[in-house]
Design a protein around this ligand. Structure first.
Ligand code: PLP
Length: 437
């Protein structure tokens, strides 16, 4: 039933029973479910007696949220086929769901291609979207038949000619990504000045250019960046056809955020429909859009230090040390410019007596800074936050929206784990059915 329903959404405008209000309502109910699971798991741990690491940080991943994001995509960008950006969160259950939903995969390396293939994806549903590829990975792509790939410079064309002359190439063009969270165009993308030369060189080398790709920057803020990029892509399509290539696909990249999705999708949809006739296939490489809100992280308070409040030394403030930090799952603070917000999950049942007259269960707010477990001063999660009640070692905090660029860029610095438990749930029957939960 659900697959029929998904198919029915393949053209935008055909939204039926599962409207946007329904999705919002489901999301609120889902949050309660996630919180219940987090609390249950956290209260199972007895920090005073548990084995080493049993109180480690853990995730609750709601596959129903990924599924809802997919429905939202279909409602708003029905013409655009998503190729999920594996780099964002290569969790095996996420990849399994993406495969079940019929999405393609955007891979950046040999091991990401392997993960996609292991998830049961046909090579034709993979794009190797890395314009400057490692030679041996390119040979691997040729061996396993992953033909679609991006390029943005002449050297890459010679490399592809020597290694995989049957590849199907997408010319990645430069975009204005100045308003995005993570700028990519300073590293990748051919300027429009050199596009024609590259297309001519590819033609001389008898390489097949089949499309144009761009990326407006990860976490883009300006929706008109999509309009400009689509217009530029149209120009390059025309140049390519003059040179003698037969282009059939436009790849609009990633950069979609959950908060601004409808606004971006509206502008992008109109631009695509204005500049590209229906026979041109449109694909995208969304990453964070799909997974950011699906993962919630719980971390344990391992220590507390009482200090004078830096803003008002007559008051007390508290430094909390968690068992996860920027070298771990909070790597998104450094690499993805995120600001995860702590919320209190549970407090240890037995409060020590050394807390003076303060009532640990009070709803009074206290000022905290929150730190990771490593020796490094850069390992700070939150420089200042007010939270209700006086927290202490053994209590748990949780952080929503931890699904994108977190676990995948965690390190083992100082010997802490980079592989935390994930508890999978589904708040949507559609996702449960697809995944046999
Ligand atoms: N495609 C490419 C080539 C990328 O480099 C990235 C992110 O860096 C993505 C897709 C995914 O971007 P996002 O997570 O912002 O959608």
């Amino acid at each position: 039933i659900k697959q029929d329903y998904l198919d029915s959404l393949d053209h935008h405008g055909q939204v039926s029973s599962h409207g946007e209000d329904d999705l919002l309502q489901s999301r609120l109910t889902a949050k309660e479910l996630v919180l219940d699971v987090l609390k249950k798991r956290a209260t199972e741990v007895d920090v005073d007696h548990c084995g080493p690491g049993e109180e480690d940080a853990f995730y609750v991943a709601d596959m129903g949220e990924v599924y809802r994001q997919h429905l939202r995509w279909k409602m708003n960008l029905g013409r655009v086929k998503p190729f999920y950006a594996v780099k964002c969160n290569p969790d095996p259950e996420v990849l399994r769901l993406m495969a079940q939903l019929g999405n393609g995969f955007d891979c950046a390396s040999k091991s990401e291609i392997e993960l996609a293939l292991q998830a049961g994806i046909e090579p034709s549903r993979i794009i190797y979207a890395q314009p400057c590829k490692t030679k041996s990975y390119l040979r691997f792509a040729a061996e396993v038949g992953v033909k679609q790939m991006t390029f943005d410079n002449a050297d890459e064309l010679y490399k592809i000619k020597a290694t995989f002359p049957d590849a199907e190439l997408y010319l990645r063009i430069l975009t204005d990504d100045s308003t995005s969270l993570c700028r990519l165009s300073m590293k990748f993308g051919a300027s429009l000045d050199v596009a024609q030369q590259l297309l001519e060189l590819a033609h001389q080398l008898e390489l097949k250019v089949v499309g144009v790709s761009f990326h407006v920057g990860s976490g883009a803020e300006d929706p008109t960046a999509f309009l400009k990029a689509v217009q530029d892509a149209r120009m390059v399509f025309d140049q390519a056809e003059e040179v003698g290539h037969e282009l059939h696909t436009l790849d609009v990249g990633g950069g979609f955020c959950q908060s601004s999705f409808e606004k971006f999708a509206g502008i992008l949809s109109d631009a695509i429909d204005s500049y590209f006739p229906p026979h041109i296939r449109i694909i995208a490489e969304p990453g964070r859009y799909y997974v950011a809100s699906a993962f919630t992280l719980a971390a344990n308070v391992i220590a507390r230090r009482d200090v004078p409040d830096p803003l008002d030394p007559s008051r007390d403030a508290y430094m909390l040390y968690l068992n996860d930090g920027v070298y771990g799952n909070f790597s998104n603070i450094i690499f993805d410019h995120q600001h995860p917000v702590a919320q209190v999950l549970t407090r240890a049942a037995d409060q020590p007596a050394d807390r003076g007259s303060l009532n640990p269960a009070t709803s009074e707010n206290f000022s905290y800074s929150i730190w990771g477990p490593t020796c490094d001063g850069i390992d700070v999660i939150s420089e200042r936050i007010d939270l209700p009640g006086l927290l202490n070692a053994g209590d748990w905090l949780y952080f929503e929206d931890m699904g994108a660029y977190t676990k995948c860029s965690a390190t083992r610095f100082n010997g802490f784990s980079d592989n935390h438990e994930v508890i999978y749930i589904s708040s949507e029957t559609g996702a449960s059915a697809l995944l046999n939960y």
